[in-house]
Design a protein around this ligand. Structure first.
Ligand code: PAF
Length: 292
């Protein structure tokens, strides 16, 4: 496994595999790897000839009051885990390599980025502008055939799919299931912020989504499923930042389970960690879920 820090070195390292027609898989990360990242890396390793992992804590997707400075980092451990998972090349650029002096461009997907995590009362659309800008740059510099993302960040996956289609990036977007602790808590680098008492409350997000999925029936009001989820959260003392039912692709609000996949998405501050989770209620089979 090689580690490179510049675009020039990255392109240089990928020139021969590209000439030989090998397939390149990209797993974009902000490091502090966990089993969720590892499952993406292993998928890429199984399905592509060359696996590139980017490791970059992207300042553009953090708001002014957010956790950029304290975002957990452990480069040595990340490199060991990446090597074990079959990564061939790590691209770990310094900030000035990605955003050099004078950088003035942003990639913005409208319509999907102003809701849920993009609501101005949550992280705001600037968060997704930061994500799409850096991912577009990674697609341009790596030139992957396939790029892998986790279903835990459901909205991010929807937004990136839209961006890739709209901007004609010749890349296939693969979204893989959320990896969970035994008690249902979705793995996230930010779980490192949970104090023991908060860690005990944190699985309530997954339990709440399970209660909502159980309450879902064809033709039933999504408000009833959301009410079931709210009861579980209340018992655990968790106040959601949002808890919403939306069309799983268009992210429009959904009033009834209506034969299209419905995304039930939640965000909540639990102690020091802002956690997100989601479940997709499949059409005509409410209660059955994808990626959860
Ligand atoms: O999901 C993440 O870790 C980040 O949003 C990503 C896709 C690596 C972009 O910085």
């Amino acid at each position: 496994m090689r580690v490179v820090e510049t675009k020039a070195a990255l392109r240089d390292a990928l020139a021969a595999p590209r000439r030989e027609g090998l397939t390149i898989g990209l797993v974009p990360t902000m490091g502090f790897l966990h089993a969720g990242h590892v499952s993406l890396l292993e998928s890429a390793h199984a399905e592509c000839d060359v696996v590139v992992m980017s490791l970059f804590v992207n300042p553009a997707q953090f708001g002014p009051g957010e956790d950029l400075d304290r975002y957990p980092r452990d480069r040595e451990r990340d490199e060991r885990m990446a090597a074990d998972a079959g990564v061939d090349l790590i691209y770990a650029p310094p900030t000035e390599e990605v955003y050099p002096e004078g950088f003035a461009t942003a990639v913005e997907v409208s319509g999907l980025t102003e809701v849920l995590c993009g609501d101005p009362g949550a992280r705001g659309p600037e968060h997704f502008r930061g994500v799409t800008t850096v991912v577009a740059k990674l697609f341009n510099t790596v030139g992957p055939d396939v790029a892998y993302f986790g279903q835990k960040d459901a909205q991010q996956a929807v937004v990136i799919r839209r961006m890739a289609a709209d901007l004609d990036f010749p890349v296939r977007i693969e979204v893989r299931p959320t990896v969970r602790e035994d008690d249902g808590l979705a793995l996230s680098s930010r779980n490192a912020y949970l104090e023991p008492a908060d860690r005990e409350r944190a699985p309530a997000l997954h339990a709440a989504l399970g209660a909502a999925a159980d309450a879902a029936e064809v033709g039933a009001a999504t408000a009833d499923a959301i009410a079931a989820a709210r009861r579980v959260l209340a018992e655990a003392g968790v106040e959601p930042e949002y808890l919403e039912a939306r069309d799983a692709e268009r992210l429009e609000p959904i009033e009834t389970f209506n034969g299209r996949p419905v995304l039930l998405a939640i965000a909540a501050q639990v102690g020091g960690a802002r956690l997100i989770d989601n479940v997709i209620i499949e059409p005509n089979a409410p209660g059955r879920t994808r990626g959860a």
